[in-house]
Design a protein around this ligand. Structure first.
Ligand code: X5A
Ligand code: ZN
Length: 671
């Protein structure tokens, strides 16, 4: 459906006219660097270009006082000395004769973006704007921000489009206190912000930036602050914050629109943030948000002062909005203690207001050994199981991924290799129906050890799957769907795993739903992570072989994905993902689509879905659409997880946490 890019060259006009070390980083090159890089990468050309318009007085009045708007209007005619004097009345602000025009364009760009998305002209988009907005308040400029672009867009979406639930995700490294103040008593706007805080010692030095500021009145629980108390937060910390804090609340909130205060001063190299997250992380954050609100995501630039890091991060965000698979994250995926403390304290502060956090263990961590009981410790992995190395798998770079990422993106994003011909009818037009099959002898050789693969239909299906898998491993195709007779599902999956491992995959994640037995000779060499959901077994058999019951309700399914599947997957860093819907998998289309959409964030999107031959054409169709990058349908209001499901999940997580650090959402006990 398309991605909008809203911009206007005039927004490069405003600049600092005098000496001010605090403000000099907010300069015109920020916009030109980002735009030039988007052009170089061919990304701008793939977007719907919209020229920004100025917001009207009435539109600015949605969040600002008329007196403040006229004050800013008057700066157009002031001389340099008067501009400097007025700027001095605010914290970290400079005015320029073009500021009023630029700030109206910045707010107008956000309005145009929201209108384009909510009228269905595009699916999502980015507004590249200056000045930024999230610090600005009803009657005050602050922190380089003049009008609050994102807040105006949210108020407009409510007023002009009648929306009732808007999620604002503020990933800028500073606290968007302006947005917080404007919506703190409004339950129709859920505001999430993470920010460098350092126990209050970082700008803007506000007590209300801490995790215990949760909103007021009707808006209690609709302000979510995640203060970072140390610098150096990286990819693992950001992804953990999304999986364990933002996304559970966001799914429960069920937004109709997601606005992103997209500041890139939270990326590596930025002089303000001093954080470590790499540009690819923003592709992942964007990707994770696209499963909400039917994919209606509007990002607006806020901060970001390291031109190289900013430009790359903007490209990553736009790539994800366009539906391209995210490049794999680099580095050890282990969140730091300080990040876990912050996530834990935000979860504890929010728990009274969110069912998805209740029943879970969100109580403060005991810090003294005497207060913690033996029962509180995670149970060890089942004795008798295969012993596994104490350390997490070394995140050795996968040569397969390296090769595939250096090549241009495959021209064919998704291939469907189905045996039932009528499924073609529901396929999106650009999804390729695969004709090819592996050679007969080769297929028979792979099938030989498996009794269930002797039947002709099973062999035919296997031939198609092998051909598809080779196409994915060779980089011709990004993702695919294959089908198999139900009786042959487990054996087919077994072959697919062996074939993947022997044909270049370094680490293979297999998510098997329903009655799919673990292949009997599955190795424990750390190259395969087997995760069965809803089969007969239910236990952490070892670090690499995990089985859990299928949660019954939507809420339980979501906690299983966010609290187990994705943390394991992000920790494992696979270069190939197999997701199999086997006999009795019990997933409805939207649930399966959500799982596939989220797994697509791994392995550079190299996901092969294996279905049973008698699956409905609708299921194949919905999977084909998410695998090529469309947003999954929204699940609607989520029911609560059953206490049994929460218990089972917590038990399993407790067993696996020592090995899989991305499962943690609280710091280690100090023993
Ligand atoms: C939008 C933004 C930062 C202001 C920092 C003042 N503002 N020290 O990143
Ligand atoms: Zn910032």
């Amino acid at each position: 459906m398309g991605t909008a890019l809203v911009y206007h060259e005039d927004m490069t006009a405003t600049r600092l006219l005098w000496d001010d070390p605090e403000c000099e980083i907010e300069r015109p090159e920020r916009l030109t660097a980002a735009l030039d890089r988007l052009r170089q990468r061919g990304l701008e050309q793939r977007c719907l270009r919209l020229s920004a318009r100025e917001a009207s007085k009435e539109e600015l009045g949605l969040v600002h006082s008329p007196e403040y708007v006229s004050l800013v209007r008057k700066t157009q005619v002031l001389g340099e000395e008067e501009l400097q004097a007025l700027s001095g009345q605010f914290d970290a602000i400079y005015f320029h004769p073009s500021t009023f025009h630029c700030a109206r364009l910045a707010a107008g760009a956000g309005l145009q973006l929201v209108d384009a998305v909510l009228t269905g002209a595009v699916q999502n988009g980015l507004a590249l704007v200056r000045p930024p907005g999230h610090h600005s308040q009803r009657a005050a400029a602050n922190g380089f921000c003049v009008f609050n672009n994102v807040a105006i867009a949210a108020a407009h979406a409510k007023q002009k489009h009648g929306l009732h639930r808007i999620l604002i995700v503020d990933w800028d490294v500073h606290h968007g206190q302006g947005i917080q103040y404007l919506f703190e008593d409004d339950p129709s706007v859920l505001y999430f912000s993470w920010h460098r805080y350092e126990h209050g010692r970082f700008w803007p030095f506000l007590r209300e930036s801490d995790a215990d500021a949760v909103g007021r009145g009707q808006g209690l629980g609709f302000t979510v602050n995640l203060p970072w108390n140390q610098v150096g937060m990286g990819n693992a910390d950001y992804v953990a914050a999304f999986l364990h804090l933002l996304l559970p609340l966001a799914f429960e909130f069920d937004p109709e629109l997601v606005l992103v205060s997209a500041g890139f001063d939270s990326a590596i190299g930025d002089p303000e943030g001093q954080m470590q997250a790499t540009p690819e992380c923003f592709a992942h954050l964007t990707h994770l948000l696209q499963v909400l609100a039917g994919g209606r995501v509007c990002a607006m630039l806020e901060g970001g002062y390291h031109l190289e890091s900013l430009a790359e991060s903007v490209c990553m965000t736009v790539q994800a909005l366009l539906g391209d698979p995210a490049p794999p994250l680099s580095g050890l995926m282990v969140p730091c203690q300080s990040a876990l403390e912050s996530i834990q304290s935000a979860r504890a502060a929010q728990a009274p207001y969110w069912k998805s956090l209740q029943l879970q263990d969100v109580t403060p961590v005991p810090t003294s050994p005497s207060t913690h009981s033996p029962e509180g410790r995670p149970p060890p992995l089942l004795p008798g199981g295969p012993t596994c190395k104490a350390a997490a798998p070394a995140p050795a770079p996968s040569s397969l991924l390296d090769q595939l990422c250096l090549c241009p993106a495959p021209s064919v994003r998704t291939t469907v290799a189905l045996t039932a011909p009528d499924i073609t009818l529901v396929l999106p037009p650009d999804v390729i129906q695969q004709e090819g099959s592996a050679l007969r002898e080769e297929t028979e050789a792979w099938a030989r050890p498996h009794e269930s693969l002797v039947r002709e239909e099973a062999l035919t299906a296997l031939g198609k799957l092998l051909y598809l898998l080779d196409g994915m491993l060779d980089g011709q195709v990004n993702s695919g769907i294959a089908a198999t007779p139900a009786s042959a599902a487990a054996a087919t999956l077994d072959v697919a795993i062996q074939r993947g491992l022997s044909h270049g995959a370094q680490r293979l994640l297999c998510v098997a739903l329903g009655q799919l037995d673990r292949p009997p000779d599955l190795a424990h060499d750390g190259r395969t992570l087997w995760l069965n959901i809803g089969g007969k077994e239910a236990a952490a058999l070892s670090m690499f072989h995990v089985a859990t019951p299928l949660p019954v309700m939507t809420g339980g399914f979501l906690s299983c994905i966010l609290g187990l599947v994705l943390p394991l997957a992000y920790g494992f860093q696979p270069d190939l993902v197999l997701v199999a819907l086997g006999p009795g998998h019990g997933l409805q289309g939207p649930h399966a689509a959500l799982l596939a959409a989220m797994l697509r964030g791994l392995a550079g999107g190299r996901v092969l879905a294996l279905l049973e031959e008698d699956s409905t054409p609708q299921l194949a169709g919905i999977l084909a659409r998410v695998l090529r990058g469309e947003a999954p349908p929204s699940l609607g209001p989520s029911s609560v997880a059953s206490p049994e499901d929460v218990q089972a999940l917590m038990y399993l997580r407790g067993q696996l946490e020592p090995q899989w650090k991305m499962l943690q959402c609280r710091p280690h006990l100090v023993v």
